[in-house]
Ligand binder design. Structure first.
Ligand code: 6R9
Length: 634
């Protein structure tokens, strides 16, 4: 049994222990897992290189801890309750025994298709159990999965395939999303025209639409698995062998492949899942994220299954066929813990309370949020109308890079405050630094959120470019992991995340590099230069505002704007499409050629004065012109 915190004093006590004796603290928790060989040291680390190793020389396989281990006690327990996009289609219930069998069968299939330990496999799939099965099958044989959100474009997919030199792509014919049917395999086909590493593509039949199958390369899932039934031995993985790569946006143009390893990720996702949500053996847990994001990795697949939990996996969207879908699913499966994003809460809040009528939601015990700051209004609505005033809200702060939840209330134990992530979990040693790198001690301080001691599920590197990992996360403040977020520690020592301090924007909980969006805009042949900033958006948290210098001689501004939006959709995906585009004649640059984004952010938010020091601007009149243009648009 993993460590379970049960009282507030218990939390403070464990936190103390985790700081004073981290090796003993994590060693004790790690002992509750199944290891093929025990570790020599709990942790070896330095943040200079950086080099971080947990459970050094330990051997294990994460899927033995997710599947095999539960067969002794709960083979017939439900692992996955799958709810399809269309409520009229039959749902699926998969027990631990069945899941084990399916994962083994697909592991054998991967091997039969030539996938070996260490090979990279791209998973580009809808939210169906097979996506989780594919992830676990990779983990079982030691292949490294990289899940790419199925809303990304073929160009974005090709970039990721090329970056990790993937040998295989696992996909589906199509994808149901609300009222839409999205072709998926054809996007893969397009991507593969610009890649050379992929040898095989396995396609799951989901929507039944027509696809082209390339002889020698493409196989149907249902055909490939034939004859591969039976157990598949779990590969003995070193704690520090790669488990997966997940691409995420940063402040530079190219997404980076965040690398997570087997041992530490296993220990930490299980620990945080059971503690933060206070999961109990017969509870039904539902995380509404997509497996294409880290939240789906850690709290749909790995954390819950490590804990032997029963969890809901939902294929659809919150508003299809109506804005009551979430509430319907909660009542249908008697969900006890529900974990979603503030953007979804705000979108549903906009429909008022009517969609909630007729649903009891009485099974709910805990509500969670993740992905972006939650505003107080949405917090109160969630608390009052979804939780009926009786469910604690866990506002969980963490990142793709952190692998698991870092700052969060422990449900029902840590007193909450609206829009505060509250306190760090045991093992998480936070610090707040000012821009010069001085530690701001004590309470009532605000600055850059950093971590000064490793935790088991932290990123180990960025795939194929360790120096980038060092530059991005460990160089800004020497000796610390820098999160990229600004934070306030209030008079009670509670943490409130203020948002990114770098050029990353958070749109509906999805991370987007402004440079990445600019690069895509600049691909349009008429565009000369662009600058992208985030602005406050009622539902999405942040919206994308693009200032574009372009040649409009042969088309109307309106048409050009449409074309630019389409260009971005094609290059990255619809989630990166700018909400607002303003055609400008110049951008506010300093004498050294740097765009003063601070000014552009203010204008995008409707502020037209108080720009601070603008004396370094090369041509201050540009600002007036932009304001004039913005006012005309508004
Ligand atoms: C898990 C996930 C990470 C960025 C992070 C921060 C923002 C996430 C938050 C939050 C305020 C929360 N963020 N959770 N901000 N409160 N509870 O979302 O990972 O996609 O990598 O995004 O999201 O800015 O730095 P990821």
């Amino acid at each position: 049994m993993n460590l379970k915190i049960q009282t507030l004093s218990g939390y403070f006590h464990e936190y103390q222990k985790s700081v004073l004796e981290p090796e003993k603290f994590w060693g004790r928790i790690a002992e509750t897992f199944h290891w093929k060989k025990k570790w020599d040291n709990v942790v070896d680390w330095n943040f200079e290189e950086p080099s971080v190793k947990w459970f050094v020389n330990g051997k294990m396989n994460i899927t033995e801890n997710m599947l095999d281990r539960h067969l002794f006690t709960s083979a017939d327990k439900t692992a996955i309750l799958w709810e399809p996009n269309d409520p009229n289609e039959a749902h699926r219930t998969i027990t631990y025994q069945e899941l084990y069998d399916l994962v083994c069968q697909f592991s054998n299939t991967l091997k039969a298709q030539g996938v070996e330990k260490g090979d990279r496999v791209i998973i580009y799939m809808p939210m169906v159990p097979e996506a989780a099965i594919a992830m676990m099958a990779c983990a079982r044989i030691g292949a490294v999965h990289s899940v790419v959100f199925a809303g990304f474009s073929s160009t974005a997919l090709a970039d990721r395939i090329n970056d990790c030199q993937a040998k295989m792509v696992i996909t589906s014919d199509g994808n149901f999303r609300g009222a839409k049917k999205i072709p998926v395999k054809s996007v893969v086909d397009e991507a593969l025209e610009n890649t050379t590493s992929v040898e095989k593509v396995i396609t799951l039949k989901r929507t039944g639409e027509e696809v082209t199958m390339k002889e020698g390369r493409d196989l149907w899932w249902h055909e490939a698995i034939q004859g591969n039934e039976g157990p598949c031995p779990a590969e003995a993985m070193d704690s520090e062998d790669m488990l997966f790569i997940l691409y995420t946006s940063g402040s530079t143009g190219k997404p980076k492949g965040v690398v997570h390893t087997c041992g530490g990720y296993m220990v930490y996702t299980h620990f945080t899942f059971t503690n933060v949500f206070q999961y109990q053996a017969d509870d039904i847990f539902w995380c509404s994220a997509d497996v294409g994001w880290i939240t789906g990795h850690s709290y749909i697949v790995y954390g819950p299954l490590l804990a032997g939990a029963s969890m809901v996996m939902f294929e659809g969207v919150p508003t299809y066929p109506g804005p009551d879908r979430f509430w319907q699913v909660i009542d249908k499966y008697k969900v006890n813990q529900f974990y979603t994003a503030p953007t979804a809460i705000r979108a549903l809040q906009a429909f008022g309370q009517e969609p909630l009528e007729g649903y009891s939601l009485s099974s709910l015990k805990v509500l969670g949020t993740v992905g972006e700051p939650i505003n107080e209004e949405a917090w109160h609505w969630y608390h009052a109308f979804v939780g009926k005033g009786k469910c604690p809200i866990v506002d969980t702060w963490w990142q793709t890079e952190t692998g698991g939840i870092m700052i969060s209330p422990i449900a029902g134990i840590t007193p909450t405050k609206p829009s505060y992530a509250t306190l760090p979990l045991p093992g998480i040693q936070l610090t707040i630094l000012d821009d010069q790198g001085n530690e701001l001690k004590g309470n009532s301080v605000e600055g850059n959120l950093c971590v000064k001691f490793p935790w088991p599920s932290m990123l180990r590197t960025t795939y194929g470019d360790h120096d980038r990992c060092k530059q991005v996360y460990f160089s800004m403040f020497k000796g610390y992991y820098f999160t990229g977020d600004g934070v306030k520690r209030d008079e009670d020592g509670y943490y409130r995340i203020l948002g990114r301090v770098d050029d990353v924007i958070n749109v509906s909980g999805h991370r987007m590099g402004t440079a990445e969006v600019e690069n895509a805009i600049n691909e349009h042949p008429k565009v000369v230069e662009s600058a992208v900033v985030g602005y406050d958006h009622e539902i999405k948290g942040q919206g994308i505002y693009a200032y574009v210098i372009a040649d409009t001689t042969d088309r109307t501004e309106e048409n050009l704007i449409k074309e630019i939006k389409l260009t971005v959709s094609n290059i990255i995906g619809p989630i990166a499409r700018p909400d607002k585009i303003q055609i400008v004649t110049g951008l506010p640059k300093t004498r050294s050629g740097k765009i003063m984004r601070r000014i552009l952010r203010k204008i995008a938010n409707g502020e037209v004065s108080n720009f601070g020091d603008t004396s370094t601007l090369l041509d201050p009149s540009v600002v007036d012109q932009i304001i004039e243009g913005a006012l005309q648009k508004a």
